[in-house]
Design a protein. Structure first.
Length: 603
C-alpha cells in the first residue's frame, strides 16, 4: 500500500528514459488532494477503533498469524508461505531474468506470477460426487473378474472369499465410512411406546452442551461475552424454574479420536480465538466445524455458567473436570475420561441419582443417547431412579421418550441394543449398503438367536468367538435375503451374484470383512458405551478391534485378505496389443488368454 505509488512513479520515469512514453513532471504529491487526505484519516480512525475494540495486535502473546479485526487465525499454509516468502520471491525473480536473457520471446512488461494463498480459508463439508462413479467401476471390474474366473475354471468359492478392492463395497464408500440415518432407530423405538403431548415433570435435567450451542445461534450478540450473557445464560436460568438441578455436558476433542473421519466430513471452518471481546463470526455453523473453536468456546461458556446466579444447582463440564455454581462434592463426576457427551451424560445421571434424584430428563438430539439410556436404565433403577426421559428433537419436533416404559416393552432386546445399534451403523461404524435400521430391526424380529450375541457383545469386556461370528453371519444373510439357505456370507455372495443375479453392491461383505466390522462394533458397544456410567472406564486399544494407527489418526482395517486380483494368479489378464509373445503375463503363468485380455489371440 505504501510502496505502490512510488513504484508507479519509478516505472513512469523508466518509461520516459527509454522513450516509450513521454515523461510528465508532477509538481504535487499524489496524496495531497483533499479526497485522498479525507480517506486516509478515515482509515486511521477505523484502524485505531479496531485496536481499541480488539486489542493491540502488536502486544499479542500468541505466535499465530491472525486478522486484526476478526481475530481469524490463518491456515498453516499461509504461515509457511510468509516464512519462506523472501526465498520464493527470489526464485521467481531469477526465473523472470532468465526469461529475458533466454531465446524465448519475453518482455520486461510480462508480470511475475504471484504466490497465491487464501490466508483464512475454510474447507466446506465434503460432498463426494464421484462415489457412484467409483462404485459403478468397482462393480464392472468385479463382473469382468468373474468372467475371467469362469473362463479358466477357477474355484468360485475361493473367488467369493475375497473383496474386489481393499475396502468392501457393502460397508464403505471408496474406503470411507458408509453412513445411514441413525434417527430411523429412534423412530422405531418411539413406535414401541406412547409419548406424552406435554413435557413431563422431572427434578434433574442433563443437557448435551454441543447440541445446546448448535440450537442457540447468536441473534443480536456482537461478542462472545454478549453471546454468553444474552443467549446462553438466560436459557440456563430458565431451567432453574423447572428443575432442582441442571447439568450441562460438553464434548472433549482429542486429536486421536475415532470420530476424526466423521468430523472431517462436516468440513473445517476458520480458526478463531474465543475471548470475551472477540467478535462473533458471521457464519456460526462454519465456526462450529472447527474442533479447536468448539473446545475454546465450551471452556469459555463453562466459566460463565459456573458463575450464574440460579436458585438451583448448576453443574457444567470443563474438559475432564467439572465446575458448579454451588459448593458441592463433584468427586462423582470429575475428573472424567469420557470423550463424548453421549456417554458422559450418564455419569452425571448416576451422580444425580445417588444424590437423591428420582426423575431425570436428558435433553439431547442423538440416537446414541436414546440407545445408551435404554442400556443403563436398570443400573440406575437399582440406585433409586424411578423414571428416565429423553427429550429428543428441536422446536415443533420435540418429543419426550419414556425410557422406563421403553425398556419394559423391549424386554430382552434392551440388553442387546448397544451392539445392534453399532453393528448396523453409527458415527464410527459403517452401515450395510442398502440395509438401514428398519431392515435390520425386522431381521432381528425373525432371528431370535441373534439376541444372545447382541447382549453378550453389549457388555464389558466383549469377547468375539467363532460361534458368535457364525450367528452374526446368519443374521446378515437373512438381512440381505430371507429365503437364502446359505449359512455363511461367502456362500451367500456366490448364490446371490451368480444364481440370483444380484448386483455386486447388493450382496453382503466377505466373512473376513464382516469379522473386522464385528470387532469395531463390539469395541464401540462393549468397551465404550457399556461403561457410560463409569467415571474412569477401563480402556483397551482399538488396534485389537479392527483399527490401525497411522501417525495420530486411527484408520479402519477393512479386511485381512488381499483383493481378488492380487490373491489369484488365474485372474491375470495381459495387455498385449497384438499377438502374445514370451513376455505375455498369461503365458508366463501358464494360462490361456481370455476375452478380457487386450491381445487378439483366439480364446
Amino acid at each position: 500500500m505504501i510502496a505502490g505509488p512510488e513504484v508507479s512513479h519509478l516505472v513512469a520515469q523508466y518509461e520516459a528514459a527509454c522513450g516509450t512514453k513521454e515523461g510528465t513532471e508532477h509538481t504535487s504529491h499524489h496524496e495531497e488532494t483533499e479526497r485522498a487526505q479525507r480517506v486516509f484519516f478515515e482509515n486511521v480512525e477505523k484502524l485505531s477503533q479496531a485496536m481499541k475494540d480488539m486489542g493491540n495486535p502488536f502486544q499479542e502473546e500468541s505466535r499465530d498469524l491472525l486478522s486484526l479485526d476478526t481475530k481469524d487465525i490463518a491456515h498453516h499454509t499461509a504461515v509457511e508461505l510468509i516464512g519462506t516468502h523472501l526465498e520464493k520471491c527470489k526464485v521467481r525473480f531469477q526465473e523472470f531474468m532468465k526469461g529475458l536473457e533466454g531465446e524465448e520471446e519475453s518482455t520486461f512488461y510480462e508480470p511475475i506470477k504471484k504466490n497465491r494463498v487464501d490466508f483464512f480459508r475454510h474447507v466446506p463439508a465434503s460432498v463426494d460426487s464421484s462415489k457412484q462413479k467409483v462404485l459403478k467401476e468397482d462393480c464392472q471390474l468385479f463382473s469382468k473378474l468373474f468372467i475371467s474366473c469362469q473362463s479358466r475354471e477357477c474355484d468360485l468359492k475361493e473367488f467369493f472369499r475375497h473383496e474386489n478392492q481393499s475396502h468392501p463395497a457393502a460397508l464403505s464408500d471408496g474406503g470411507k465410512l458408509h453412513t445411514c440415518q441413525k434417527s430411523h432407530l429412534t423412530t422405531i423405538l418411539e413406535s414401541q411406546v406412547t409419548t406424552p403431548e406435554a413435557e413431563p415433570d422431572a427434578d434433574t435435567i442433563i443437557i448435551d452442551g454441543a447440541a445446546l450451542v448448535n440450537s442457540l445461534p447468536p441473534r443480536s450478540s456482537k461478542t462472545f461475552e454478549e453471546y454468553a450473557m444474552l443467549d446462553v445464560l438466560p436459557t440456563i436460568q430458565a431451567y432453574s424454574t423447572k428443575y432442582k438441578r441442571t447439568d450441562i455436558v460438553f464434548d472433549v476433542y482429542r486429536p486421536s479420536s475415532l470420530k476424526a473421519e466423521t468430523r472431517s466430513k462436516r468440513g473445517r471452518g476458520v480458526r478463531r480465538r474465543v475471548t470475551g471481546k472477540g467478535k462473533i463470526p458471521s457464519n456460526w455453523r462454519n465456526f462450529l466445524r472447527e474442533n479447536d473453536n468448539k473446545a475454546e468456546l465450551f471452556n469459555f461458556l463453562a466459566d460463565k455458567i459456573a458463575r450464574v446466579a440460579t436458585p438451583n444447582v448448576v453443574i457444567v463440564t470443563k474438559e475432564e473436570d467439572a465446575v458448579s455454581n454451588r459448593t458441592i462434592n463433584l468427586a462423582g463426576v470429575a475428573p472424567c475420561s469420557h470423550e463424548e457427551a453421549d456417554t458422559r451424560i450418564f455419569v452425571h445421571a448416576r451422580h444425580a441419582t445417588e444424590a437423591g434424584s428420582k426423575v431425570i430428563m436428558v435433553k439431547a438430539s442423538d440416537t446414541d443417547v436414546v440407545v445408551i439410556a435404554v442400556s443403563v436404565l436398570q443400573a440406575l433403577q437399582e440406585l433409586g431412579l424411578q423414571q428416565l426421559w429423553v427429550a429428543f428433537g428441536q422446536g415443533q419436533h420435540l418429543r419426550w421418550v419414556p425410557v422406563h416404559d421403553l425398556c419394559c416393552t423391549l424386554a430382552e432386546k434392551s440388553k442387546g441394543m448397544l451392539f445392534f445399534h453399532a453393528f448396523t451403523g453409527c458415527d464410527v461404524i459403517s452401515a450395510f449398503r442398502g440395509k438401514g435400521k428398519k431392515s435390520a430391526w425386522q431381521t432381528w424380529d425373525v432371528c431370535d438367536e441373534a439376541s444372545g450375541v447382541f447382549s453378550k457383545l453389549s457388555q464389558y469386556p466383549p469377547v468375539v468367538d467363532d460361534e458368535d461370528l457364525k450367528t452374526l453371519e446368519k443374521f446378515v444373510v437373512m438381512m440381505y435375503d430371507r429365503s437364502s439357505t446359505a449359512e455363511g456370507v461367502d456362500d451367500a455372495r456366490l448364490d446371490m451374484f451368480a444364481r440370483k443375479q444380484r448386483p455386486y453392491e447388493a450382496i453382503p461383505p466377505t466373512r473376513s470383512a464382516l469379522k473386522q466390522h464385528v470387532k469395531r462394533a463390539a469395541y464401540q458397544a462393549g468397551c465404550i458405551w457399556s461403561q457410560s456410567t463409569v467415571r474412569q472406564p477401563e480402556t483397551q486399544t482399538p488396534a485389537n478391534w479392527g483399527w490401525t494407527k497411522k501417525g495420530d489418526l486411527w484408520q479402519i482395517v477393512w479386511t485381512e485378505l488381499s483383493p481378488i486380483a492380487e490373491s489369484c494368479q488365474q485372474l491375470t489378464k495381459c495387455g498385449c496389443k497384438s499377438e502374445c509373445c514370451s513376455r505375455c503375463k498369461c503365458y508366463c503363468f501358464g494360462l490361456t488368454c481370455t476375452a478380457l485380455c487386450s491381445c487378439r489371440c483366439e480364446v
